[in-house]
Design a protein around this ligand. Structure first.
Ligand code: CP3
Length: 344
């Protein structure tokens, strides 16, 4: 099937893809699946899983085989970008990502594009291998972390409440913080271009901590770098749709979709689907936004919320998804029930 005909691509390009809508779930590969846990064991370390194309392809394919989602997202992590820029990154078992923290005023080394891409070569190979392995109707999504969210991890050395290290840096020494953000925007744009060169049909930019930015900071550290990434990627790949996910930014989703030039946004579960239909769908596609808790609990409460979302957003350009990633405690039977309910 041609890229243009795939259900997900039609929706993101602004068409109504009809009923049922295309559906995939953020973090659809992961620890709630026994086959992922087995692979994770075999790979001996999370980063090794990300950097071994054979394993990363297998992790991506697992939920596609099991559930037949309309899209797959290449298996990797947002932190491979700081890693490729020379920061030390590791995963603490049972806890999560760790990095050597940066101090206020620190700068990234001069961008060595060859070294960057050679570090990320396994990711590009994963993307290319997936285009060979995926069913013809399944769209392939590439992704990167947005500069602000990457900076929050790089400043603190870990996920940290309220993103306090990055916020402290941004007000203490705005020039060096802006330089960090702008350097990350350049690297992320080059990374996404290579993913598309390798076969990604759509890309999503995850700004998971956009919620921590006050309005002026949102303009400078979320909107501006995202706009720059969109323009840089578009200059090379004008026809590849770009999705943004400034998670938790509330009414600012409207400013985001108007000003960054993205083709659509993923919305978190805090947003009203009716509001999103009125404020966002005139400007682009909307993806979302079921509370991931429903993948743990299931049942009629899940079905009611699915119906509410589909009836609010289903007449415009719409992709069904969760409001954030599926959690390790999710029950795969609820994912199956979700798909059955959406697809009938
Ligand atoms: O299926 C998919 O969605 C593709 C893979 C994917 C992962 N991480 C795999 C992963 C994607 C798209 C991401 C993005 C990511 N990584 C984000 C943005 C999206 C979001 O969730 O807000 C962020 C902030 C990260 C950073 C990160 N990676 C954290 C905070 C953690 C620890 C939390 C956790 O869930 O353990 C990770 C680890 C991680 N990334 C795992 C997976 C499957 C679990 C690692 C393991 O197997 O032990």
């Amino acid at each position: 099937m041609k890229t243009d005909d795939k259900l997900l691509l039609r929706a993101i390009r602004g068409e109504n893809a009809g009923s049922p809508p295309p559906v995939w779930l953020m973090r659809q590969a992961g620890r709630y699946l026994p086959e992922y846990r087995e692979l994770r064991q075999k790979a001996d370390g999370f980063l090794n899983l990300c950097y071994t194309p054979e394993y990363a392809i297998e992790a991506t394919m697992q939920p596609i085989r099991r559930f037949g989602f309309d899209a797959s997202i290449m298996f990797s992590d947002i932190l491979v970008v700081p890693h490729a820029l020379g920061r030390n990154v590791w995963f603490e078992p049972g806890e999560g990502p760790r990095l050597d923290p940066m101090n206020i005023g620190n700068a990234l080394p001069v961008f060595d594009e060859d070294a960057f891409h050679s570090h990320l070569k396994p990711v590009y190979e994963t993307v290319a291998g997936l285009r060979e392995s995926l069913p013809a109707e399944t769209a392939l999504i590439g992704f990167a972390g947005a500069p602000w969210t990457l900076a929050t991890y790089m400043a603190a050395g870990r996920g940290k409440d309220e993103q306090e290290h990055a916020r402290k840096w941004m007000f203490t020494d705005p020039d060096s913080f802006a330089a960090l953000i702008d350097g990350l925007a350049d690297a992320v744009a080059q990374y996404l271009i290579r993913q598309i060169d390798s076969g990604a049909e759509v890309v999503q930019i995850f700004d998971s901590w956009a919620s921590a930015l006050a309005p002026n900071a949102f303009d400078r550290y979320c909107i501006a770098p995202t706009k720059k990434i969109v323009e840089t990627v578009r200059a090379v790949h004008p026809n590849t749709p770009i999705m943004g996910f400034p998670r938790g930014c509330g009414a600012s989703y409207e400013q985001f979709i108007r000003e960054t030039g993205v083709d659509g946004v993923s919305i978190d579960q805090g947003m009203s689907p009716d509001w999103a239909a009125n404020a966002l769908q005139p400007h682009g596609a909307v993806q979302g936004n079921l509370d991931p808790m429903h993948m743990i609990v299931g049942g009629d409460a899940m079905k009611r919320d699915v119906d509410r979302i589909v009836s609010a957003l289903g007449d415009g350009p719409f992709v069904f998804n969760l409001g954030h990633g599926i959690t390790p405690q999710a029950d795969s039977a609820n994912v199956e029930a979700l798909l059955k309910h959406i697809r009938g």
